[in-house]
Design a protein around this ligand. Structure first.
Ligand code: PMP
Ligand code: GLN
Length: 382
């Protein structure tokens, strides 16, 4: 009776957040900040509501937000999408991912992702009736096994779905890796859908959008979200850019998923995207301190820590503590020490789950005192 939904179940984020709430644990599972983003963006949302921006926005998004997305890409990356035809606003990156996949793939098509992969990728590929193929990312840096990546491309590969910076591993892929993916996409004539929601959350070199690489722009759809950059995950404002024909195809699908996205929040995020460079630089500086505080605590607790180069997630290996099964540990951890985390195997197919069996992901987008308290609690595990 349930059909495709029967295969999906409850997301790991909901499961772990519910468990954290029930046990009163510090929630370092689901990735959301415990402080709001800039006050001026909140004020802009409230002003938009007061001014009557409360009915449907145009399906492709408010003009001021599409223009702000284009201006942001020009400012940071030298990209020049046409706000009229090459940008659409979506209900979070989640809808952008779903609309893009549903627009381009169906039964008989393969969608290639890295593994581990963000959970909605597998779900939507399944809902589209397509086949999900993967190429493993390998510890400690979580770069792809290049031979496996090359071997994973086939004549049926229709889309390569990238995510950089990468959730859950925190990897930021080097230019050569991304360029090789573009070459393979050209060789096998497939589209690139690239999820770059953590574009401003990097700790080393600045972000390198796939669309800027030689040969990429004509076959690449780029996705981002205000949730991560501005710490308003509950507003669910995302966007997608790419060549006109591809964006038009995605928009056709978006019409029937949500039609349009929250009007006053779009107006507010247009203000956010125009903030000065210092705001964007400040995001990663603040996060990097938090990364280091939690990483030190996790190391002191006895875990092997894989230092992330981007995102707000840090992965650890639980094996040094004599714990082999991270899924089991994640279910017990909230009651055991009062901290919730996400097991990495849930972002994998069975083979990848075996490879990542003892890995656990912690979110560090939390107040310093919360991270310190979590570290103190985790220290009692050993
Ligand atoms: N892609 C990745 C890699 C993510 O981590 C997230 C946020 N968890 C999303 C997409 C979804 O973004 P949004 O909340 O804007 O829908
Ligand atoms: N993207 C967030 C994470 O990876 C959570 C998103 C969600 O709850 N769907 O933790």
């Amino acid at each position: 009776l349930l059909g495709p939904a029967g295969q999906l179940g409850v997301t790991i984020f909901e499961e772990m957040t519910t468990l954290a709430a029930r046990t009163g644990a510090i929630n370092l599972g689901q990735g959301f900040p415990d402080e709001d983003g800039p006050a001026e963006i909140k004020a802009a949302a409230m002003a938009a509501i007061e001014s009557g921006a409360n009915q449907y926005a145009p399906g492709k998004g408010l003009p001021e937000l599409r223009e702000a997305v284009a201006a942001h890409q020009a400012r940071f990356y030298g990209l020049t999408p046409d706000p009229q035809t090459e940008v659409i606003v979506t209900t979070g990156a989640t809808e952008a991912i779903a609309a893009a996949l549903l627009a381009f793939v169906g039964p008989g098509d393969e969608v290639l992702t890295f593994e581990p992969f963000y959970d909605s990728y597998g779900a939507v590929i399944g809902l589209a009736g397509a086949t999900h193929t993967t190429a493993p990312l390998l510890a400690p840096d979580f770069f792809p096994d290049m031979a496996a990546l090359e071997a994973a491309f086939t004549d049926r590969t229709r889309v390569v779905l990238l995510n950089n910076p990468h959730n859950p591993t925190g990897a930021v892929f080097p230019r050569q890796v991304l360029q090789r993916v573009v070459e393979l996409a050209e060789k096998f004539d497939c589209l690139i859908i690239t999820d770059e929601v953590y574009e401003h959350l990097t700790f080393g070199a600045s972000h390198l959008p796939v669309a800027t690489l030689p040969g990429a722009a004509e076959r690449t759809i780029t996705i981002s979200s205000a949730g991560k950059t501005f710490s308003f995950t509950g507003w669910k404002i995302g966007w997608l850019t790419g060549p006109e024909q591809l964006v038009a195809a995605v928009r056709t699908v978006k019409q029937f998923l949500t039609y349009s996205s929250g009007t006053p929040f779009q107006a507010a995020i247009a203000t956010g995207l125009a903030l000065p460079d210092e705001f964007f630089q400040g995001i990663s500086a603040t996060l990097q301190k938090k990364r280091d505080i939690l990483s030190d605590g996790l190391r002191a607790a006895g875990f092997d820590v894989f230092t992330p180069q981007g995102t707000y997630f840090v992965n650890v290996d639980t094996a040094p503590l004599g714990i082999a099964d991270a899924v089991d540990l994640a279910r017990r951890l909230p009651a055991l020490v009062g901290v919730a985390a996400i097991p990495v195997p849930v972002f994998c197919h069975p083979e990848g789950a075996a490879r990542t069996r003892s890995l656990l992901r912690f979110a560090f987008c939390k107040k310093v005192e919360v991270l310190e308290e979590a570290a103190a609690r985790l220290a009692t595990l050993a």
